[in-house]
Design a protein around this ligand. Structure first.
Ligand SMILES: Cc1cc2nc3c(=O)[nH]c(=O)nc-3n(C[C@H](O)[C@H](O)[C@H](O)COP(=O)(O)OP(=O)(O)OC[C@H]3O[C@@H](n4cnc5c(N)ncnc54)[C@H](O)[C@@H]3O)c2cc1C
Length: 346
């Protein structure tokens, strides 16, 4: 049975129908109402919100919440209504669902930038432009009917191409094939996905924490801030197991030249001797955060990487560095196939 969902406290037309078994988030996106979200798999916690009236259950019997939720919150990407609902998302706005586009993109350049990382540049068909916001991601067809998510690493104004930073997962259905992709190979992509949490007008100090290829969306956001000549204190902490995992120092040097108030910390967790030689922090990114940014009471933090790394950073940022929970933003690189096409885009 279809249920009606309204947004508590909003206009009467901020309402949409949810089909049986459909998640609250998917139903909202299908209707052109964007709630905060990233992974759509119940991991990142970005879609956490409250139900003011009505009842929900987990999609397919799953849990409705995870450890990122406050006691009265649940995750709209993994719950479905069992009655009409009034919801209280952290934020919402209207979007045009037809703005998401599919392209057949051509491999233009494929560079091995670290032993297990490729930078893949894809050109869009002539005359076509990709519209996305810094920090968003695309879904890429793997050929077996499933898709994988990859964050755009280029800034949105470079709209005739997309650049991806892809870590080779041993045995991975797509990423392990990436080193063999040749110029001219065609890939099916769809974008944009993900609701960007950062406020472009904010001026408070911002700390970016990236693990490995979690640097990709950070690069897009920083290139976008640089293009817009935004002035705010910026710290970037980029972690890798080995020094060669910090694979794009040229981008960091460019930002260091552009901004006087830009601080960079490389965190190397396994080869501590090479960390000393590189002037890097010897340890994990969460340890580097506590050492270099002990007081985040007035700051905003954006973190991107594996689920374990993001959880560790969230924990120390809030418990040891006094970061307000609502100013922690994250994109989590959850492994495996994407959550599937959004309704209406299949
Ligand atoms: C929003 C988002 C953005 C991302 N951006 C990037 C990026 O910019 N760069 C990047 O390198 N990666 C990114 N990822 C990860 C990426 O989408 C892929 O998961 C990764 O590249 C592995 O894909 P694969 O096909 O090579 O491996 P897979 O064949 O998918 O296997 C990878 C691992 O996942 C496990 N797995 C397979 N199926 C499932 C399943 N159904 N559920 C759980 N685990 C499963 C496998 O056992 C294996 O350990 C992102 C993920 C998300 C959700």
């Amino acid at each position: 049975m279809t249920h009606r969902i309204t947004i508590a406290g909003a206009d009467a037309d901020a309402a949409f129908d949810c089909a049986p078994g459909e998640s609250v988030l998917d139903a909202a996106l299908r209707s052109g109402i964007e709630l905060p979200y990233s992974c759509r798999k119940g991991v990142c916690g970005n879609c956490a919100g409250k139900v003011a009236a009505g009842d929900v259950e987990g999609v397919g019997g799953a849990s409705t919440r995870n450890e990122t939720c406050l006691p009265d919150e649940l995750l709209f990407c993994i719950c479905t209504p069992v009655s009409d609902l009034a919801i209280e998302p952290a934020s919402w706005h209207r979007v045009d669902p037809s703005a998401r586009k599919r392209f057949q993109a051509k491999v233009f350049r494929n560079q091995l930038v670290a032993p297990d990382v490729s930078v893949l540049q894809l050109r869009l068909p002539a005359g076509q432009r990709a519209k996305f916001a810094a920090g968003q991601y695309l879904q890429l067809g793997v050929g077996d009917g499933s898709t994988r998510c990859y964050s755009m690493a280029n800034a949105p104004h470079e709209s005739d191409a997309v650049t991806l930073h892809i870590r080779h997962v041993p045995g991975g259905a797509f990423s392990a094939r990436v080193p063999g992709l040749q110029q001219g190979d065609l890939l099916d992509i769809e974008l944009p996905f993900g609701a960007v949490a950062l406020d472009p007008a904010a001026t408070r100090p911002i700390v970016f924490v990236a693990g490995g290829t979690g640097f990709a969306p950070v690069k897009s956001i920083l290139d976008d801030l640089a293009k817009k000549k935004v002035q705010r204190p910026i710290t970037l902490i980029w972690g890798a197991r080995k020094a060669d995992g910090i694979y794009l120092r040229a981008a960091v040097s460019k930002w260091q030249k552009q901004w006087t108030d830009f601080r960079f910390v490389a965190a190397i967790s396994e080869e501590t001797q090479s960390a000393d030689a590189e002037g890097a922090f010897a340890g994990r990114v969460d340890e580097a955060l506590v050492a270099h940014c002990p007081d985040l009471a007035d700051a905003e933090l954006y973190c991107c990487g594996s689920p374990g790394m993001v959880n560790a950073v969230r924990g120390v940022a809030e418990r040891q560095c006094a970061l307000a929970p609502e100013r922690f933003h994250a994109d989590v690189f959850v492994d495996g196939p994407a959550a599937g096409p959004l309704p209406g885009t299949a």
